[in-house]
Design a protein around this ligand. Structure first.
Ligand SMILES: Cc1cc2nc3c(=O)[nH]c(=O)nc-3n(C[C@H](O)[C@H](O)[C@H](O)COP(=O)(O)OP(=O)(O)OC[C@H]3O[C@@H](n4cnc5c(N)ncnc54)[C@H](O)[C@@H]3O)c2cc1C
Length: 586
């Protein structure tokens, strides 16, 4: 539990000293709940459990959001297409969560995004039928969100209205459109915010900490053996209950207890996104298009568009899912069906792939598998939570902590997280209102202050304090004009960043937003991190070399014709974690 003499902001700072302290806690304490996995589900579970007053530890094998939770379409949504599958309950739950996140829990991170449903050409009766069908769907979507959906309601647009909203659409590709509004979030930043929120409530949070075995006593799981990938040391963590929120690695956790039935099975489905510059497509809203076997989104993302996604079974390396040339070709072909100026490979700034953790059915195609979540207790004391989506992390977290709490044998309060603003949400609105004055006070352009407030909420004050203490940190990161050097330093001091890749891929999004994918920023960012983490020149060199090798391997994989060859190319670059003090990985 949190020390009441410390402010919530200070208690939520995940810097190197805090990591050392939390590592000592892992050995010294007996936790009510040990959460394995620092994706959105695990970080959400840690917030949920800590906010109920339970003692909590969260361990993550790589970095916060290093798995699926930094590779999504970044929508906070109900999923319009699930209405066609009559998943009304699922959609209702998700749009309710969208409203909570946008209005109360994370208004600094979650923003509305208008999306057009173009209505294709056809005979008059066919057009009327389509407008009726899609119109009814979108109206139902809004109705399920209720009056507190957190976003404006839909509107029907004529052909001219649609063309005005999206001039980049091919004139013969539509006869009108429906404009509805969903919401958008930087997925990796949401996870970091959740982890910091959990820490601010007293949770021990340790990244680069891989669970390599489960501890059992009298048929009950009582903790885990954890390897600190930074030092190579192993330690035993004792806990009354263990929650595995390990996404596509869920089956591995139950497999650590030989002879145990897993309780639930998870299948990985690969989803690929392209990132192209905003100037490549003329439009002011997002688009949702039918693309067999599912739908395709074209979503505005700052100075870029995100186009995705594919949905195919994946059984290869789960740490670095690779996009192949055929994935890229498929996405270009689908989006070019409706664009007046077709996109080509030269328009692509970056490509990223993620793996959906789907609850496994028997023979279904992955796009038809349910997006529901499930909680299982394969062995007393071990709870596995999987499925669901980014948007519904809070519901998943509350469900699994409810189940774990019953095992504690003492009364535990219900989840308060529907009323708990995440770190940075409290105090954000007045700062946003006064951003002009804030900018003047810190002698920064107002656009820079807006960028900080939208990424850090009220914790932007920490970044501004870093700039005030060292004005040179107001300079941009090399090759990434929109990010400040102070953000790199802040990522280490307060956001648990331990490696260059953590900063370039997840604390900032330079790896997907810059056409050089971070190559031009790597050395500058590593030098800034070195000052905070005490890196030697050799360590700086090692970090930069690892990062550049990963980018090169990723580019190479994207030239390969299929999954197998793309995977082999991506695996050409070793993971930076686990090479220090780990002879097996060296
Ligand atoms: C292409 C794509 C697009 C998507 N778009 C959306 C969207 O727009 N909106 C939406 O709501 N949802 C979306 N989703 C779904 C959403 O991203 C996922 O459901 C969610 O991120 C899963 O989070 P998670 O925490 O369960 O898994 P993960 O984020 O994968 O986290 C699991 C973590 O467990 C860690 N781990 C594994 N084994 C161990 C171990 N032994 N010890 C310690 N740690 C371990 C991993 O390193 C990983 O960080 C999308 C998914 C994909 C793939």
């Amino acid at each position: 539990m949190r020390d009441s003499a410390t402010s919530r902001f200070a208690a939520g700072r995940l810097g190197p000293a805090r990591r050392r302290r939390d590592l000592r806690r892992l050995v010294a304490e007996r936790f009510d709940v040990l959460v394995i996995g620092g994706g959105v589900t695990g970080a959400g579970a840690a917030v949920d459990a800590a906010s109920r007053g339970l003692s909590v530890a969260l361990v993550e094998a790589r970095d916060l959001a290093a798995g699926t939770s930094s590779r999504s379409s970044k929508l906070v949504h109900g999923g319009l297409r699930y209405l066609e599958q009559a998943e009304f309950g699922l959609v209702h739950e998700a749009v309710r969560e969208r409203g909570l996140l946008a209005r109360r829990l994370a208004p600094h991170l979650v923003r509305p995004v208008p999306i057009l449903v173009p209505l294709p050409a056809g005979t008059l009766p066919a057009r009327a039928a389509r407008r009726l069908w899609y119109g009814a769907g979108v109206a139902l979507y809004d109705a399920l969100a209720g009056p507190c959906g957190g976003v404006p309601r839909h509107r029907h647009l004529s052909r001219t209205g649609a063309r005005r909203a999206f001039p980049g659409l091919r004139p013969d590709a539509f006869t009108g459109a429906i404009r509805y509004v969903d919401a958008q979030v930087d997925d990796a930043r949401l996870v970091v915010t959740l982890a910091r929120t959990a820490a601010s409530l007293g949770a021990a949070v340790v990244t680069s900490a891989r669970v390599v075995g489960l501890r059992q006593d009298a048929g009950r799981v009582t903790g885990a053996r954890v390897r600190d990938l930074e030092s190579g040391r192993e330690l035993d963590v004792t806990a009354r209950t263990v929650i595995a929120a390990t996404g596509v690695w869920s089956d591995d956790i139950a497999a650590m207890l030989p002879g145990t039935r897993p309780g639930l099975r998870v299948r990985a489905s690969k989803g690929v996104h392209l990132v192209v510059p905003r100037s490549a497509i003329a439009g002011d809203t997002g688009l949702i298009l039918r693309a067999p076997p599912s739908v395709l989104f074209v979503l505005p993302w700052g100075g870029h568009w995100i186009i995705g996604t594919t949905d195919t079974d994946w059984r290869l390396d789960r740490c670095h899912p690779a996009a192949s040339a055929s994935d890229i070709g498929y996405l270009l072909a689908q989006v070019n069906r409706v664009l007046a100026r077709p996109l080509g490979p030269a328009d692509i700034e970056s490509v990223y792939a993620g793996l959906r953790p789907l609850l496994a059915g028997e023979d279904e195609a992955t796009s038809a598998l349910s997006r529901r979540h499930a909680v299982a207790e394969p062995v007393p004391g071990l709870f596995v939570v999987a499925g669901g989506k980014l948007t519904t992390y809070r519901v998943m977290a509350a469900d699994v902590v409810d189940r774990a709490a019953r095992r504690l044998g003492r009364p535990v309060r219900p989840s308060p997280t529907a009323h708990l603003p995440l770190l940075g949400a409290d105090g954000w609105a007045p700062l946003w209102r006064d951003r002009g004055a804030l900018a003047r006070r810190h002698r920064l352009p107002v656009g820079v202050v807006e960028h900080l407030l939208e990424r850090y909420g009220a914790t932007a004050r920490e970044v501004l304090a870093a700039v005030a203490a060292a004005p040179s940190l107001a300079a941009p990161v090399d090759g990434a004009a929109e990010y400040l050097a102070a953000e790199v330093v802040h990522a280490v001091r307060a956001e648990a960043a331990l490696h260059l890749e953590d900063v370039l891929a997840r604390r900032t999004r330079i790896s997907i937003e810059a056409p050089h994918r971070g190559e031009e920023s790597a050395r500058h960012a590593a030098t800034l991190m070195a000052g905070e983490l005490g890196w030697s020149p050799e360590t700086v060199e090692r970090e930069v070399t690892h990062y550049l090798a990963a980018v090169a391997a990723e580019r190479q994989s994207q030239r390969m014709p299929d999954d197998r060859t793309a995977d082999a190319a991506r695996l050409g670059a070793p993971d930076v974690r686990g090479t220090a003090g780990d002879p097996a990985a060296a």
